[in-house]
Design a protein around this ligand. Structure first.
Ligand code: NPG
Length: 370
């Protein structure tokens, strides 16, 4: 039994090596909420993937902090926990807020597995010790800048390149990149930038031999995606739309997508991601792990999840140096010559938060007795 003693939250800001532009905005600095849980003489860490504002999803670092403080803490107090999977039941009275829940669950798994001395990927039933790395390239100033960026990542050995698209930055981008890299595995991500009325326009993507088109339509539009899927040969992958295992089930039933991007932070945590993994495997739907510019804490979790058998496509999991000059956690993630990212070896998440770096990146912190 783990008796939890303290929950701490740290708001950190880390400057990105390159600004990251999508159809919904530009990030120059990643603002992240880190959570630590102390108990039985050890500390476990989790990262909340909510953004600074409600652009990718309705959750923000501030809403996450508020629900953790005002609603999760009272449910946790005085309740010894035997296993992290018990958290789902404990938090079941709270609707929504999957990103806040995921951060807490991550910290609990990390704490539990550090006490057990077991790496997360093994505890989850992972089947590989390194995962295929892809890279996601934001919208650039112009085409030459984009081509340079793609070339540099291809040279580094990334197995697939994901291009951010939006109306006005799509067909001509694909023409240019395809012409220069005829055999490169390419996917595109629209982050909800199109409408079902754009079906004819989106059909023009089919000629580029893309691995998938990710989240072309609204974040809550499963039916629209099902209709669009019938009109395209390029497989549709859903990201924003899959906010829970139940939404994944609906999307699969409706045939809204043929591929799912799993972000444990978006779907409510590790247990929710495992449920989606089971649903997808039963139907032969391939999965891959998305990323949200996480620090090493969140990335470690994504890498562990990506070792599961159903995660068969290259992930948005890139080397630390692609995001940050210096991460708050050690060791940094590096790209192997095979274009993979190895799983860290230690127990739990397998990375350590470096106290001086945390302090340097910290904007604010809170600490609560449990
Ligand atoms: O490699 O971590 C990464 C970034 C991958 O493109 C990426 N993430 O829409 O999936 C996305 C996008 C994102 C980033 C979304 C930050 C939300 C916040």
């Amino acid at each position: 039994m783990i008796r939890l003693e303290r929950l701490s939250a740290y708001l950190v800001e880390l400057p990105l090596v390159h600004p990251f532009r999508t159809s919904f905005g530009e990030e120059k600095v990643r603002r992240a909420l880190l959570i630590s849980l102390e108990g039985e003489g050890k500390v476990g860490w989790g990262e909340c993937v909510a953004g600074a504002g409600p652009w990718y999803s309705y959750e923000t670092v501030d809403t996450a902090l508020q629900v953790i403080r005002d609603f999760f803490l009272p449910l946790l107090r005085g309740k010894p926990i035997a296993h992290p999977t018990e958290l789902g039941e404990l938090l079941s009275p709270i609707r929504g807020h999957p990103m806040a829940k995921a951060a807490l669950e991550a910290a609990l798994w990390d704490l539990y597995l550090r006490l057990e001395g077991v790496p997360l990927w093994q505890a989850l039933g992972g089947v590989r010790e390194e995962v295929p790395a892809g890279v996601s390239i934001g919208i650039q100033r112009d085409l030459p800048a984009l081509l340079d960026r793609v070339a540099s990542f291809v040279e580094q050995g990334y197995q697939r390149v994901k291009l951010k698209v939006k109306p006005g930055w799509d067909i001509q981008v694909l023409e240019a990149v395809r012409e220069r890299f005829p055999n490169l595995p390419i996917s595109v991500d629209a982050n909800c930038a199109y409408d079902l009325k754009d079906t004819e326009h989106l059909k023009a993507f089919d000629r580029f031999g893309l691995m998938m088109i990710e989240q072309p339509l609204r974040y809550d539009d499963l039916l629209g995606h099902a209709k669009l899927a019938g009109a395209l040969t390029t497989p549709i992958c859903l990201d924003e739309s899959i906010s829970s295992p139940h939404r994944a089930w609906e999307a699969l039933e409706l045939e809204s997508c043929r591929i799912i991007n799993v972000k444990q932070g978006r779907v409510g945590g590790i247990s929710a991601a495992l449920e989606i993994h089971k649903l997808a495997q039963a139907r032969g739907v391939p999965l891959w792990c998305g990323g949200m510019l996480e620090t090493g804490v969140g990335r470690a979790l994504n890498v562990a999840l990506a070792t599961l058998p159903g995660f068969t496509l290259p992930h948005d999991i890139s080397a630390t140096s692609r995001y940050y000059r210096e991460d708050i956690a050690e060791p940094a993630f590096r790209l192997t010559p095979r274009g993979t990212i190895p799983v860290p070896e230690g127990p739990g998440l397998g990375v350590e938060v470096v106290p001086e770096r945390l302090l340097a990146a910290q904007v604010a912190s809170w600490s609560f007795r449990l």
